[in-house]
Ligand binder design. Structure first.
Ligand SMILES: NC(=O)c1ccc[n+]([C@@H]2O[C@H](COP(=O)([O-])OP(=O)(O)OC[C@H]3O[C@@H](n4cnc5c(N)ncnc54)[C@H](OP(=O)(O)O)[C@@H]3O)[C@@H](O)[C@H]2O)c1
Length: 399
């Protein structure tokens, strides 16, 4: 079982100056501690915009980071990188971003804050050196989401090369870890493990239940658009394979299950009944599906509650949990992925079925915005002491 990370309102294991030691960098510089060496101010080190770089800029998540950060009022993009590029205009890879005039290089950008949008394992190899240089790192892959090093060989098939960094990395779901993220404001180095797309939807849908110890039995049935699999060509994401077809995958235990279990366990730690309050969240039954659309995730969470509940109690729980959240909308009708397309919103609906005795909690997000780039910018805003919604206020795109 993964180590439990404290939720908001509970003492943080990651107060500034208390982070774990990072390993010495390849150049032999001293080991930094995540969160030490507080810098004054909330903008860039020189007082101007925060200088940001994106690694993995040729991918879908990288492109979405460019789209959002290019219009972020407190940011200047100073470098984009991908393998084998040498001053290559971004429009060659992403025509829709050509007007930005950015170019891509192979080297990691010289930037105060670096977003990593790389396949699993690739970020873990470079993050220690970035932290040794005192940077703020937001990793959008899974390499720093899980706190227990043993989860990496188990779920991802590799031994983590920097396990000592895992306890100090903050899981970048602001609705759960706003206090820890905000406590890092002005600190350097900083490491954020930005959540996966499926876990974002499922955890937001289930968090109010987990805090109350209401998850007796759980099935997370989720559907994703094809962009969730990234831009790298694969047989199973070809148009001819996906179009007019729906299929389940990851039946042997999808990797995102580990994140759901980690965060639901942390939420349940303070619930009535203690750490074992949510038996259904200890071994999440997660079944993802690929559906023929480009963007979007709909997570349908079927819960057998641990005790009798009613619709009024559920409504009160979800309203209390999310009334103040800028990006979570609790809605009276089942949400659709179209309702959040291109935005950082999550739309959540909860319903108690008197006939079956089950709770149904639904969440819809755009996998590339709230499920990836938008959420990472939200966490970035918090660790830089910026308004949480800055650069993220666009409304959904319909039809
Ligand atoms: N897609 C989503 O909805 C989503 C949501 C949340 C999180 N994520 C996570 O975000 C990360 C990026 O996902 P994506 O969808 O953007 O994938 P993608 O479209 O396939 O892009 C992957 C990026 O990584 C680079 N890359 C590939 N192999 C590499 C290697 N061995 N070493 C260094 N760079 C490498 C690629 O660039 P070059 O090949 O040009 O060098 C490309 O820029 C993944 O960890 C993914 O799990 C994705």
């Amino acid at each position: 079982m993964a180590a439990i990370h404290p939720g908001p309102g509970r003492p943080t294991s990651h107060a500034p100056g208390e982070g774990p030691s990072a390993p010495a960098s390849a150049t032999g510089t001293r080991s930094p501690r995540v969160g030490e060496d507080r810098l004054p101010g909330r903008a860039g080190a020189a007082g101007g915009p925060i200088r940001v770089g994106i690694v993995g800029a040729t991918g879908y998540v990288g492109a979405e980071l460019v789209r959002l950060l290019e219009r972020h009022p407190s940011v200047r993009i100073v470098g984009l990188s991908a393998r084998g590029r040498d001053r290559e205009p971004i429009g060659r890879t992403h025509p829709h971003l050509g007007a930005t005039g950015h170019r891509m290089d192979a080297a990691v950008p010289e930037a105060e804050s670096v977003f990593l949008a790389l396949p699993h394992g690739a970020a873990a190899a470079i993050v220690p050196a970035l932290l040794a240089e005192g940077r703020v790192v937001v990793d959008l892959g899974p390499d720093f989401r899980l706190h227990d090093p043993a989860d990496y060989p188990r779920w991802y098939g590799f031994e983590h090369p920097a396990p000592e960094l895992l306890a100090g990395a903050v899981y970048g779901l602001p609705e759960l870890h706003r206090v820890e993220l905000g406590a890092l404001s002005g600190a350097a180095p900083v490491l954020v493990g930005s959540p996966g797309c499926y876990p974002t939807a499922a955890i937001l849908a289930l968090a109010p239940l987990a805090r109350e110890g209401l998850i007796g039995d759980l099935v997370v049935d989720a559907k994703s658009g094809v962009s969730g699999a990234g831009r790298e060509p694969k047989l199973e994401t070809l148009f001819g394979e996906v179009n007019e077809s729906v299929r389940a995958y990851g039946l042997g235990g999808h990797r995102h299950t580990a994140e759901m279990e980690q965060e639901l366990a942390a939420l349940g730690a303070g619930a009535p009944g203690g750490p074992r309050a949510n038996p259904g969240a200890a071994a999440v039954d997660f079944l993802p599906h690929l559906v023929p659309m480009t963007r979007g995730i709909l997570a349908s969470c079927h819960v057998r509650p641990t005790r009798a509940v009613g619709q009024a109690e559920l409504d009160a729980l979800y309203t209390a949990a999310y009334a103040e959240e800028p990006f979570v909308q609790v809605v009276a009708e089942p949400p659709a992925t179209k309702h959040v397309l291109g935005s950082n919103f999550a739309r959540i609906h909860v319903r108690y079925d008197e006939r079956t005795g089950r709770i149904l909690a639904l969440a819809a997000i755009d996998n590339l915005v709230k499920g990836a780039a938008g959420q990472a910018v939200q966490a970035f805003n918090l660790v830089h002491g910026l308004p949480e919604t800055e650069g993220l206020e666009q409304l959904p795109l319909v039809p």
